[in-house]
Design a protein around this ligand. Structure first.
Ligand code: BLA
Length: 317
């Protein structure tokens, strides 16, 4: 029921990103990312115990410096397996944003749930994935454990929500073979596809959480913890949403929300810094290079085959 046939063609990966949209009409009111969030929270409560996170007391809502944009933050935990389930929703007359993520405790090696949706009247920039904790070219077992049975799901939605074109090359290492990376123009049927993908990916993630067994080998728990810390460190420094957030709430508050809410765990799960994990970003004076990417953009088309093997098809870059 959610297929929109030829309308898929409306998503054009070569469409230039236009972010300044002050003169454009708002996105269709028929769709709201709040509904996505409602689905996820209801589904989580149905299957597990959902408790407020201590973060909720400090972070709940913010009004942007423009006096009108509303930023809503929600944070939960679900003992014993889910360390943090948090969302940031932003809504004003020209954009809608959802940043929703779920992190397991380090005793569980379950992938990270990641839904990052940025929408204006013209363009939607979408990442939906179960981000792997471990690199699957050295950890084939991790791919077998989690992704082989999800490939059908991934292939189905990769067709409905086609590859969004070149992106920051470094990001690929954080994505799984079932990642939905897409850009589309605002048409209702694409939101329907996205809603459907979101609900199925989220249910798949909850299922992985439900089935996960606690790791008892200390070395493996440590490796899960470090992998999650490295991921948080990357995103807290280089996530593409930081610019928008800084414009909305100012640099100081944005930094606080990023480090202590969105990517909470940076202080608790490890002590390494960004340059320890990503030394190629070190400038001569020892500071972090502010560029988002050292390699540049690549991957014009989806770089995994149908069985989820990584295929470096970007030789033209
Ligand atoms: C663009 N967001 C992007 C792009 C990606 C992502 C891949 C394309 C640009 C690029 O190649 O970097 C998302 N990248 C991710 C995610 C991971 C990653 C999820 O590496 C995880 C590992 N996006 C948000 C939020 C905002 C937002 C909260 O998630 C705003 C508050 C905005 N994303 C946003 C904007 C762009 C973008 C404005 C286009 C601008 C740009 O390309 O820099």
């Amino acid at each position: 029921a959610w297929s929109c046939g030829n309308n898929n063609r409306q998503s054009n990966p070569h469409h230039p990103l236009r972010i300044s949209v002050s003169l454009s009409p708002p996105p269709p009111p028929s769709f709201s990312y709040r509904e996505f969030l409602n689905f996820a929270l209801t589904e989580t409560e149905r299957r597990t115990l959902l408790l407020p996170s201590p973060l909720q007391e400090k972070y709940s809502s913010l009004t942007a410096v423009d006096g009108t944009t509303d930023l809503q933050m929600l944070a939960f935990q679900s003992p014993p397996k889910i360390r943090l389930l948090r969302s940031l929703s932003i809504q004003n007359e020209s954009m809608q944003v959802l940043d929703f993520a779920g992190f397991a405790k380090p005793e569980y090696d379950v992938p990270i749930f990641c839904a990052n949706f940025f929408s204006t009247a013209n363009i939607n920039i979408i990442v939906l994935d179960l981000n792997p904790l471990h690199n699957m070219s050295d950890r084939k077992d991790y791919k077998e454990k989690y992704y082989e049975k999800l490939m059908d799901l991934g292939l189905r939605y990769a067709e409905l929500l086609p590859w969004g074109g070149k992106l920051t090359s470094e990001s690929l290492k954080f994505f799984s073979p079932i990642v939905i990376w897409t850009k589309f123009q605002s048409v209702d049927c694409m939101y329907e596809n996205l809603y459907s993908a979101f609900t199925e990916y989220y249910k798949a993630w909850l299922q992985l959480i439900e089935e996960a067994a606690e790791e008892t080998d200390d070395a493996l728990v440590l490796s899960n913890r470090e992998a999650q810390h490295r991921y948080l460190t990357w995103r807290a420094e280089k996530d593409p949403g930081h610019g928008v957030l800084k414009r909305l709430v100012g640099e100081m508050r944005a930094k606080d929300v990023i480090r202590n809410f969105l990517f909470h765990g940076i202080e608790e799960l490890g002590s390494k810094g960004f340059l320890d994990y990503f030394p190629e970003y070190r400038c001569q004076d020892g500071t972090v290079n502010q560029n988002r990417s050292m390699i540049g953009k690549s991957f014009e088309s989806r770089p995994w085959d149908a069985s989820g093997e990584f295929i470096a098809n970007n030789t033209e870059d």
